[in-house]
Design a protein around this ligand. Structure first.
Ligand code: APR
Ligand code: PHB
Length: 390
């Protein structure tokens, strides 16, 4: 098989890249390890920045997003039992976030690709990437017991944090920068209408909690827990009780109901530099992970592939490698801004084991400053809705 761009991974990064390239008349093939059902049902992130929504609209993949996405113009920061609204849209000239599940973005992009003859190979085993330091890299994989070889000009490594592409960068070339946090998030999806109109980020002595949602009938909630915690120790009753304690404020009460799904995710910050080696370009979680407190992972992945699609199109159009050469540095500038924001939100809102009263007072002071100063609130708001794309 022959294509111009071989894309490993059919997450938001890989599918969006394939769609953007198609719109520029560039052929691509997507190779995905999991089944289509699996990737379209996997519950992941759910907050789209303004820029992500704008791009989905611009490229014609927003019919369902426009119907079902829930636009949010503020968030609540809850500490010492009092909720403070950060009016994000007022502070950012009208920008907003939209709640829409990542698996829906994946489904919409898959439908759009298949409708225009896009080649997406699901259930591909043993994907290997070779020859990225030559002009004809190869991606090989097994489907239906047959070994296939895909010859291409460029490989896009969009295969997430646990993918194979990052390891293709020689150790002498790449630098991995990393922080692990001493906590994780226990997340639930529940068949209960959200108890609040906007997201509530709660700072509490027992640990952080977050009330989010997916739709008018589905809630998504999180609790800070020890990352080594056993999910079996968290009965539905215990989860609801703990959420009720950490999210309590004023006369507000949390409605509970059937829990559809629960999981514990460790939290880390991670960046691979550079994001390119020869003809291999990393994008999305394959190149970087942010802790979810800033709701940025999906948005950063979309930004990467937007930059990559432009650079690849420029290369085919002009023959000049200037844009491809700038890919890594352009992306890493935004990656580090978002890394800082995500680390800052995480540091401000979580209970850190080992922190003493001094650090706790600093954290409290920071929270009071953010809700009390329009300048500080704007810093949060403009990062949260997403800084303008370059
Ligand atoms: N071969 C083929 N496909 C692979 C391989 C492999 N060896 N390894 C992983 N994949 C697939 C995964 O099954 C997944 O569908 O690559 C895809 C990567 O998708 P995501 O993990 O969703 O990563 P990305 O597209 O970069 O999107 C980032 O995902 O984790 C969230 O918060 C994160 O919202 C952000 C988004
Ligand atoms: C979510 O709804 O899954 C969500 C919302 C906000 C975050 C993280 C996750 O910061």
């Amino acid at each position: 098989m022959r294509t111009q761009v071989a894309i490993v991974g059919a997450g938001p990064a890989g599918l969006m890249l394939s769609h953007l390239l198609h719109r520029s008349g560039i052929d691509s093939v997507v190779v995905e390890r999991r089944s289509r059902e699996y990737v379209e049902q996997r519950v992941r992130a759910g907050v789209l920045e303004q820029g992500t929504v704008d791009l989905l609209r611009e490229v014609g993949v927003s019919d369902r997003l426009d119907r079902e996405g829930l636009v949010h113009r503020g968030i609540e920061l809850l500490f010492d039992g009092v909720a403070h609204r950060v009016p994000m849209s007022d502070l950012t000239g009208g920008r907003a976030i939209t709640i829409y599940g990542q698996q829906h973005v994946v489904r919409d992009l898959t439908v759009a690709r298949l409708a225009t003859g896009g080649r997406v190979h699901f259930d591909a085993d043993d994907v290997t990437v070779s020859g990225v330091d030559t002009a004809t890299p190869r991606v090989t994989f097994t489907v239906d017991g047959r070994r296939e070889e895909l010859v291409c000009d460029i490989v896009a490594g969009c295969d997430g944090f646990h993918g194979v592409c990052r390891d293709v960068l020689p150790r002498s070339v790449r630098q991995l920068l990393e922080r692990e946090y001493p906590f994780g998030w226990l997340g639930i999806l529940a068949a209960v209408p959200p108890s609040a109109d906007e997201l509530i980020y709660a700072h509490h002595d027992r640990g952080f909690a977050l009330a989010s949602l997916r739709s008018p009938t589905i809630s998504r909630l999180y609790l800070q827990v020890d990352p080594r915690e056993d999910l079996a120790d968290w009965s539905d009753r215990r989860i609801w009780d703990e959420l009720g304690i950490r999210l309590a404020h004023g006369g507000w009460s949390l409605g509970d109901g059937p829990i559809l799904e629960k999981s514990i995710t460790p939290m880390r910050s991670f960046v691979c530099e550079p994001m390119r080696y020869g003809r291999l370009f990393l994008a999305g979680d394959a190149a970087h992970i942010v802790p979810p407190t800033g709701a940025k992972g999906l948005n950063l992945a979309v930004h990467d592939v937007y930059v990559l699609a432009e650079a690849v199109a420029d290369w085919y159009r002009t023959g000049s490698e200037t844009s491809l050469d700038g890919y890594s540095a352009t992306c890493l500038r935004r990656v580090w801004r978002v890394q800082h924001f995500s680390w800052w939100m995480t540091s401000m809102l979580h209970r850190f084991p080992g922190h003493d009263a001094f650090e706790q007072r600093l954290q409290r002071s920071q929270l009071e400053y953010v809700v009390g100063s329009p300048a500080a609130a704007t810093t949060l708001a403009e990062n949260y809705v997403g800084l303008p794309w370059t």
